[in-house]
Design a protein around this ligand. Structure first.
Ligand SMILES: NC(=O)c1ccc[n+]([C@@H]2O[C@H](COP(=O)([O-])OP(=O)(O)OC[C@H]3O[C@@H](n4cnc5c(N)ncnc54)[C@H](O)[C@@H]3O)[C@@H](O)[C@H]2O)c1
Length: 261
């Protein structure tokens, strides 16, 4: 196959969680630009509807569903509606996540610990298990991309906005992805992890608003800058497509070199 053709996603149906804004919106647009029909879900209805229209202007089909990714019954309903309206799911990007506590462990409330782990880790299991079951039933295989972070590898020095829950959840997302990859390989479902470095979004805004923390993050990045919001688009299409057909259980770090040091 011509190498550029191996990146094409025409006729494939993709889901991006947290696709209304930020990096999820970019992932959704990238998959649509490569030819996929893209369903997005999020808690944000206005932004979700806007991104859905943007996807449709690229000439592919789309749908938006208001889904809380910590609620398995809402995920079931969304997956049903994607299959009824767009067809067999071939790609899932588990992208949605929430910012972390921003306080020291000593001040971290037990309920908040559970809440953040539920959103940033358990949702990957809830959505992944359900999407993989549908992919296996259809027999056409699939690709699941779980979004982790450099914080799966290093905890970063973003004091005073500590993020222990986020780091723990993202490390577990990477490890969980390996178990998913091993257990679903016989069904030709590949599972990989994308681990980005710092990119300005609403998630990183609170830390970036602290001048010393922002300076530290930039200084600790060999490329001496945050990533642009569109700098993961190539990686998402690579991981979702046949261009990465022999890759499973791996992590792609895209961080301007942050984790070198
Ligand atoms: N921005 C960065 O520097 C960076 C770095 C590494 C990893 N990431 C990861 O990239 C992904 C996207 O983050 P972002 O920076 O675009 O942040 P963002 O806050 O702009 O986007 C996250 C999206 O997820 C949605 N979401 C949150 N909780 C949800 C829930 N319970 N149900 C449904 N949707 C929910 C939000 O509404 C939002 O649209 C996340 O997994 C994040 O951890 C971001």
């Amino acid at each position: 196959m011509n190498v550029l053709d191996s990146y094409r996603l025409n006729g494939r149906v993709a889901i991006v969680t947290g696709g209304a804004r930020g990096l999820g919106r970019q992932h959704a647009l990238a998959l649509a630009e490569a030819g996929a029909d893209v369903a997005i879900c999020d808690l944000l209805e206005e932004e979700g509807a806007r991104t859905r229209s943007e996807i449709e202007t690229l000439g592919v089909r789309s749908l938006f569903g208001k889904v809380d990714i910590t609620r398995p019954e809402q995920i079931d309903g969304f997956i049903r509606s994607v299959e009824e309206n767009l067809g067999t799911i071939r790609i899932l990007v588990n992208n949605a996540a929430r910012p972390s506590e921003g306080c020291a462990l000593a001040d971290l409330d037990d309920a908040l610990w559970r809440e953040i782990l539920e959103t940033n880790l358990s949702s990957v299991f809830y959505f992944g298990k359900r999407a993989a079951a549908r992919m296996a039933a259809a027999g056409a295989g699939g690709s699941i991309v779980n979004i982790a972070s450099i914080n799966a590898h290093v905890i970063s020095n973003i004091a005073p906005r500590y993020n222990a829950t986020y780091c723990a959840a993202k490390a577990a997302v990477e490890n969980l992805s390996k178990s998913m990859a091993a257990q679903w390989a016989p069904q030709n479902i590949r599972v990989n992890t994308l681990a980005p470095g710092y990119i300005h979004t609403s998630q990183t805004a609170a830390t970036a608003a602290i001048p010393e923390a922002l300076k530290r993050n930039i200084e600790n990045t060999p490329m001496k800058r945050y990533g642009r919001i569109d700098e993961l688009k190539g990686a998402i299409v690579f991981l979702a497509s046949d261009a990465s057909s022999f890759m499973t259980g791996s992590t792609l770090l895209i961080d301007g070199g942050y984790t070198i040091w």
